[in-house]
Ligand binder design. Structure first.
Ligand SMILES: Nc1nc2c(ncn2[C@@H]2O[C@H](COP(=O)(O)OP(=O)(O)OP(=O)(O)O)[C@@H](O)[C@H]2O)c(=O)[nH]1
Ligand SMILES: [Mg+2]
Length: 301
């Protein structure tokens, strides 16, 4: 393939929390590179997933959901999401079609005027909504923002995801690929492994642990037989939360560790020995070190 025939570009996916950005990124890449949950505010930092379509390499940037931030961590996440949009060649704006153009979506559309990159509208979750409603939404959104194109997809079922990908492949600028053809993510495996444990934590404890936990990989060691030993710390803010994570007789942590271990093993294609530790770190949401570990800027206030 002649190098001057290739295309390559960054496509940021932005939208309200829970719109389906991470689900779409995984569908576009064809592999799990970012975690998904039923809860809002799952994604915390910019996560890149890389896909190839014909002669084009597409670098998708998953961003945290955009909402009205209150706490420091919220502010860091929302600032990061917008920075992802400002740095991209193209910006895909996801709207949860089931929720429609509510206040949250409107606030995002209003702020898009400040984003210079070409924007496209992506109505997601069309498996839950009828066609006339979708067309109405598309019209209203296009009256507000000059979108280059509009798509209606289901990231979960895969409907029209290939169309979207093909369109983007033709639209990104000509240029050499930035990553090897088979690379799907630029995140180190130890970071993805920490995210997977956080996903399992969310899945298991979604009622009791409203987002006050973070996970870090402390040790990643390849053993002689090719097995991998991973040690991770789950930081919570209070002792009561530590008890929840441990569960009665250690049941919860055991199940979380087992689910995470299995999934990490599939990804690294090796036997994994996963050791989880739970530490109380009061106010970790105000600790710059934790932000660095997540790949976020620490907001001054
Ligand atoms: N029915 C339906 N559900 C979807 C679709 N896409 C995503 N979801 C669900 O929506 C929920 C949120 O998905 P995520 O991909 O985590 O959403 P997100 O926009 O990354 O959320 P944050 O990271 O919190 O901003 C999950 O339960 C997904 O399974 C879709 O096309 N149809
Ligand atoms: Mg997400």
């Amino acid at each position: 393939m002649a190098e001057n025939d290739t295309r390559c570009g960054f496509v940021a996916l932005i939208g309200a929390p829970n719109a389906g950005k991470s689900t779409l990124l995984n569908a576009l890449v064809g592999s799990k590179v970012t975690i998904v949950s039923r809860k809002v505010q799952t994604t915390r930092a910019l996560i890149r997933g890389i896909a190839v379509d014909g002669q084009s390499q597409l670098i998708f940037v998953d961003t945290p959901g955009i909402f009205a931030p209150r706490r420091r961590l919220d502010r860091a996440m929302v600032a990061t999401a917008w920075s992802g949009a400002h740095d991209a060649d193209l910006v895909g704006v996801l709207i949860d079609a089931r929720k429609g153009l509510d206040e949250e979506a409107d606030a995002i559309l209003d702020k898009l005027a400040e984003v210079r990159a070409p924007k496209i509208l992506i109505l997601n979750k069309i498996d839950m909504v009828d066609k006339p409603t979708l067309l109405g939404m598309t019209k209203t959104a296009n009256a507000k923002v000059a979108f280059e194109a509009s798509f209606m997809i289901s990231a979960l079922k895969g409907d029209d995801v290939a169309d979207l990908k093909g369109w983007l492949a033709a639209r990104v600028p000509p240029g050499p690929w930035l990553y090897p053809a088979d690379q799907m993510s630029d995140a180190p495996l130890r970071q993805l492994a920490a995210e997977i444990t956080r996903e399992k934590l969310f899945e298991r404890l979604h009622q009791e642990l409203p987002y006050q936990a973070t996970v870090e990989t402390d040790v990643w060691k390849e053993l002689r037989k090719g097995d991998i030993r991973i040690e991770q710390t789950i930081y919570v803010e209070r002792d009561s939360q530590r008890k929840i994570v441990l569960g009665k007789g250690g049941q919860a942590i055991k199940a979380i560790g087992e689910a995470a271990r299995k999934e990490i093993a599939t990804i690294v294609e090796a036997k994994v020995h996963l050791f989880l530790f739970v530490k109380v770190r009061e106010g970790w949401g105000d600790d710059p070190e934790r932000y660095r570990a997540m790949g976020l800027e620490f907001p001054k206030e």
